[in-house]
Design a protein around this ligand. Structure first.
Ligand SMILES: Cc1ncc(COP(=O)(O)O)c(C=O)c1O
Length: 348
């Protein structure tokens, strides 16, 4: 297990350090409400808890209920594509690179706008995931390398063919679309009532989603900002490693993990600014904890994929690290960010 307490964390962070006021105009929630099949997901509580968590209230945002796609990624891709088309009316081919959920979301959002999609996946992506993306009527191309390289290939494809890159990570010279994706994710926090948490646990791939949730708290609860803990696979802990040195580095490690959605070695440039300034702890967890977390979700009748369960797996890990959670960490918010990819198979 890896653990880094973030001594760079600033104590007077304001959302204005990272985004403008327009970021919080609420347009994304109005848009998502207009999509056929949209239903707000309420927060629920974990009822059957392991002894180590018995004196905490665990609040869960269960994204396995998000459309038929069973992952929050649908919120970001759909909003970015809608805004792009609004601002640039026309017929387009959209493309992206993905570990699974984001590509499926881009494929779906392209199809509902009657546009084509080309999705690039790294070699590690499971066949079943590829099939699910194809079912959303996209063309899938496998890149014989890791996620970072697939992002490069997708960006080159966009450049060479005139198609539009809808990427959920930012890098030098590319931040507008990921900014819209980050804004699209805000619906998740806006749509339901919740008790203000003391601690929020967020699993990170490139960190875009975690940054969006953090910005929501900076904006709406500036005087009660919770403790934030980032969870990554210990084999792909790019956010932890970058926060530690204070600049973006590609994760060291084998890039092999059951947490497929987090198998992203290099953090997003815009997200890491937020994470480095606002996160209290970064942890890198072993795969074994994920199956324990999935068992707990199962007992609570919650459908969780491996990446989905990694937030709870991270909570199990931090509950064991001395001094990381104390008496004041009573209400803890975690996210089941995806359901299993199908009922009859192990997930990604
Ligand atoms: C289910 C799930 N959870 C969490 C994440 C992490 O999101 P991000 O890459 O924005 O950090 C992903 C990314 O693909 C995902 O698919």
């Amino acid at each position: 297990m890896k653990h880094f307490t973030n001594f760079r964390k600033g104590f007077k962070n304001s959302f204005t350090d990272f985004v403008s006021d327009d970021f919080f105009d609420g347009e994304e929630l109005d848009f998502h409400r207009s999509i056929n099949g949209y239903k707000p997901i309420p927060l629920t509580q974990l009822i059957t808890k392991p002894p180590v968590l018995s004196n905490r209230n665990i609040w869960i945002k269960d994204e396995s209920k998000r459309f038929h796609l069973k992952a929050f990624k649908a919120l970001g891709a759909s909003f970015a594509i809608k805004k792009f088309i609004d601002n640039n009316p026309g017929q387009y081919v959209f493309c992206t690179a993905t570990d699974g959920n984001h590509g499926r979301a881009v494929a779906w959002a392209s199809a509902i706008n009657c546009m084509q999609a080309v999705i690039f996946v790294p070699i590690s992506v499971a066949n079943e995931t590829i099939q699910l993306i194809r079912q959303e009527r996209a063309e899938v191309r496998v890149v014989n390398s890791d996620y970072d390289h697939a992002v490069k290939v997708a960006a080159e494809f966009a450049h060479d063919t005139g198609s539009v890159l809808i990427q959920d990570t930012s890098f030098e010279g590319y931040s507008e679309i990921p900014g819209l994706i980050m804004k699209g994710y805000l619906t998740q926090m806006r749509e339901s009532e919740f008790t203000l948490p003391d601690t929020v646990i967020l699993q990170a791939g490139v960190g875009t989603w975690a940054a969006s949730v953090i910005l929501f708290f900076l904006k709406y609860f500036p005087d009660n900002i919770p403790k934030f803990i980032i969870v990554e696979p210990e084999e792909v802990a790019g956010c932890l490693e970058s926060a530690k040195v204070g600049y973006i580095v590609k994760a060291s490690g084998k890039y092999q993990t059951v947490m497929a959605g987090l198998n992203c070695p290099t953090p997003a440039t815009e997200a890491i600014k937020v994470l480095t300034r606002c996160v209290d702890h970064f942890i890198g967890i072993p795969d074994e904890l994920v199956s324990q977390a999935q068992e707990i979700y199962k007992k609570n009748e919650i459908d969780s994929g491996s990446t989905g369960a990694s937030g709870l797996a991270g909570l199990l890990a931090v509950a064991e690290i001395e001094g990381l959670l104390d008496e004041s960490d009573k209400n803890i918010l975690i996210f089941n960010t995806e359901g299993k990819i199908s009922n009859d198979s192990e997930d990604l």
